[in-house]
Design a protein around this ligand. Structure first.
Ligand code: ATP
Length: 323
């Protein structure tokens, strides 16, 4: 959906991989309540960084400090090389913000709305190009008030892009979208990375983080409890896989080969599960054993922990793996 041939002003962009956001010991207290407890974060140029956490974990507080909309109690913050607390208009032009609340003007057309916002910036992007970028060309003349929820969100993204920012904050960009609108929005966000933008994404959707994010940080109760890629977060890549299957009548877990028996258990449902750190090897052993005895395991299923499994264990109120 994104037209990646649309050239942006690459001149002022940082080196790929250079830190765009750097946070050390960031703390925020509301009265006696410590909402953010001395967190460290680093977001690199050109990546999509997802910030996850339960309600009340401190996401909005942190993001609004990074956006320069909220003061902090302690810590060092650098965004595009500037402390947001002291940043001026020039810095603000380099940062795009898509809030949860839509900025669309209901009485203006898509084009007019972008023209209005373009007037706030010194070097705005081309309006037609920006409309095309978010896939709204067919709706350029439609009034903001007549757009669907998904189209309004696209216009929100266009409004955040019109100043040609280097860094874009997206706050829960697909909340309330139907599945196809979410997919379309993901393509827009993924396209921002292709254009060399850095994206700081807040979301409650694990599939969204998994699809879009290069790296993820999870905040819970004001502390960062895990950081990594979607594949490695919270040690996910080293977690055991569950190999599930149902044995035929008359065959029990104790009949499995010696190499599998200690790893296997019977489930309350009557099925069996093998917890394995080497699932390919163990599936092969299981398949050789079953086929050698002349039966199939038709419901065989191999499952690694999902990002949601990992997230839930990291953010569990009790018994989690908080560091
Ligand atoms: P959500 O997912 O629900 O949006 P969040 O992770 O964004 O949550 P924050 O809005 O940062 O959470 O809030 C963190 C904590 O700080 C919460 O307990 C909240 O009640 C508290 N808090 C936030 N803003 C204020 C404020 N202005 N005054 C007092 N407490 C606040």
């Amino acid at each position: 959906m994104i037209d990646t041939d649309t050239t942006l002003d690459m001149g002022r962009m940082a080196e790929p991989g250079a830190p765009v956001i750097s946070v050390r010991g960031l703390a925020k207290r509301y009265g006696r309540y410590q909402a953010v407890k001395g967190i460290d974060l680093e977001v690199r140029h050109g990546e999509i960084f997802a910030f996850l956490g339960p309600n009340g974990a401190g996401k909005t507080t942190t993001v609004e400090i990074l956006e320069g909309f909220r003061s902090r109690t302690a810590g060092e913050v650098s965004v595009l090389g500037v402390d947001p607390a002291d940043a001026g208009a020039e810095w603000r032009d380099r940062v795009g913000v898509v809030l949860q609340e839509s900025a669309v003007e209901p009485g203006l057309s898509v084009r007019e709305c972008l023209e209005l916002y373009a007037g706030y910036y010194r070097t705005p992007r081309d309006i037609g190009e920006t409309i095309a970028l978010v896939g709204l060309s067919e709706k350029a003349g439609a009034l903001g008030g007549s757009l669907s929820g998904g189209q309004r969100r696209r216009l929100d993204v266009a409004l955040a892009l019109i100043g040609d920012p280097e860094l874009i904050f997206l706050d829960e960009p697909t909340t309330g979208f139907d599945p196809s609108a979410r997919r379309a929005a993901w393509e827009v966000v993924a396209g921002l990375r292709e254009l060399g933008k850095t994206v700081f994404l807040t979301t409650h959707y694990m599939d969204e983080a998994e699809y879009l994010a290069d790296r993820i940080a999870v905040i819970a109760d004001g502390e960062i409890v895990a950081e990594g890629t979607p594949q490695t977060l919270g040690g996910r890549d080293h977690m055991t896989a569950a190999i599930r299957f149902t044995l035929p009548d008359g065959v029990a877990v104790r009949n499995l080969p010696a190499g599998l028996r200690p790893l296997a258990e019977t489930q309350p449902s009557g099925g069996a599960v093998i917890r394995s750190e080497t699932p390919l090897l163990h599936v092969q052993m299981l398949a050789d054993w079953a086929l050698g005895r002349g039966f199939d395991l038709p419901d065989l299923d191999v499952r690694r922990p999902t990002l949601e499994d990992v997230y839930l264990s990291l953010t569990a109120p009790t018994g989690g793996t908080h560091r």
